[in-house]
Design a protein around this ligand. Structure first.
Ligand SMILES: [Zn+2]
Length: 305
């Protein structure tokens, strides 16, 4: 099984600070690399933190406020300059169609990239390439803003001792694909001879007020990355500008039974991220306030069979 990890590329909301770049997040999901919300300066952050840009296959944009997308032109031009051969999918709210096109055409360059545009308008599963399940749910942020949920497609571990000894190898593939095969007049069901592999979940909740979608995205997440623009002392501002406090992010993590919460997207008014961690930990213990460059690996799943 390949590696799964995130690298935090930036942790600032609206205004970057000396130590915080605009948001941006890198996700390695086994054989695929994804980029979320390339804010201004994301290309340089990838270089700073030694994240290879060439393998990025999917770029997710939660919404088209500048802190989440102004780095897109640089990323696209760099991938094109590097003559990337694989197609690159851009997943974004349909409402922002004009902005995605404007950003890509923001300056003169010779585009060598095959870009696949994947606008989303509704909640649910997104059809994209690769061996991964992606769901998007609309958050509550004034303009269309989607959160994302990345998970492994359902897979099975066959228990060889439960199979007939003379079953040909090709039949096992067919059984995995179809869920049932007939062999020597008997039906063999996948559930009888296999156990489901444990799937992992990455959840990404960006700019929003508390809403049902945030819980749907965060449900049972192994890693939940959640915006936390304010502390509870600024709850009125959070309400007005449709953002979360650290406490609210922790409540989402707790109610959703997430395993780990990573806070990001901090307002410039706070100098150190630890204050967010302190507030959230009162509600949800396994919380980390992200800093730029932080890397977090998903736990290795031990084979159950
Ligand atoms: Zn933002």
């Amino acid at each position: 099984m390949g590696q799964k990890k995130i690298v935090v590329l930036g942790t600032a909301s609206q205004v970057p600070t000396t130590f915080r770049n605009h948001v941006g997040l890198f996700l390695r999901w086994e054989n695929e690399d994804f980029l979320f919300d390339p804010g201004e300066g994301t290309q340089r952050q990838l270089i700073r933190f030694k994240v290879p840009i060439n393998r990025i296959k999917k770029i997710f944009i939660s919404h088209f406020h500048g802190d989440h997308c102004l780095g897109l032109p640089g990323i696209i031009q760099r991938l094109s300059l590097n003559q990337i051969k694989h197609p690159v999918e851009i997943i974004y709210p349909k409402q922002g169609e004009v902005f995605v096109k404007n950003l890509i055409n923001a300056a003169v360059f010779h585009n060598n990239l095959e870009l696949i545009f994947c606008p989303i308008d509704n909640d649910g599963k997104i059809t994209v390439s690769g061996d991964v399940l992606i769901h998007a749910y609309k958050l509550d942020h004034g303009i269309d803003c989607f959160g994302f949920r990345i998970s492994d497609p359902p897979k099975w571990n066959i228990i060889p001792s439960k199979l007939p000894k003379d079953l040909p190898k090709e039949a096992i593939g067919e059984l995995k694909n179809r869920g049932m095969i007939e062999f020597k007049g008997q039906r063999i069901f996948l559930q009888q001879v296999a156990v489901p592999k444990k799937t992992q979940i990455f959840s990404y909740v960006m700019d929003t007020r508390i809403c049902d979608s945030a819980y749907k995205i965060a449900d049972s997440a192994d890693i939940l990355v959640c915006e936390s623009t304010y502390l509870s002392t600024e709850i009125k501002l959070a309400e007005n500008y449709k953002h979360l406090t650290a406490r609210q992010a922790a409540e989402i993590a707790k109610k959703s039974k997430a395993k780990k919460l990573i806070l990001t997207h901090f307002s410039q008014r706070y100098n150190i991220p630890q204050v967010f961690e302190q507030e959230a930990k009162n509600i949800f213990k396994n919380t980390i306030a992200a800093i730029d460059g932080m890397e977090v690996e998903f736990e290795i799943i031990k084979r159950s069979v």
